[in-house]
Write a protein that binds this ligand. Sequence first.
Ligand code: ZN
Ligand code: ZN
Length: 210
Amino acid sequence: MFSYLVCTICHEKKPVDAFHGRSRQTPTGLREYRSRQCKACEHAARNAYNHTEAGKQYLARQKLALETDPERRARYEAYQTSEAAQASRREYEKSDKGKARMERFLLSEKGEKYRTEKWRRHRVKRADLIEQSGDTLAPWQWRKILRAYRHACAYCASTYGPMEPDHVVPVTKGGANIKENIVPACHACNQKKGDETGWIPNPPSLVLKW
Ligand SMILES: [Zn+2]
Ligand SMILES: [Zn+2]
């Protein structure tokens, strides 16, 4: 297997990942092959075509087919809700291109509305979750936890910046807002952790007695 290919459009040598993999039905079975044009060039060509008159008509036909052909619609929906499609969306959102697109959107008028609305929904949902799973953490308990950790992050031991109360079992995974589920985390770790599970906090440097 070659690990690099040269694009027939831009003539750049790129890793095979930069080329779409496709399969074609042949008399002897399904044949897998790599496109000879890199993804960037293929996408650019597709984009240019979509803006031509023929391209617009093609897109309109595709859209109509999707709306009128139930079988096609079902196939489309099955893919959209599949694990593969979700994984590829997540990957796109994390890519530079995806992030740039999100940024552009958030700066738009529509994005502004979406942002406030999403934030409000997020707060309401979070408050509901916390209420369901338990909410007894008192400010003095948080201060005691901070002292026991000597104001250091429970994950990376950094003392940079103010520590944030982190729910070891995330609130979205049923974690309660109780002293047993709270450790200090630096902003970076807290951001990185998000609602991932499986992060094991270090024990506090001082014995924590209640
Ligand atoms: Zn290319
Ligand atoms: Zn940290």
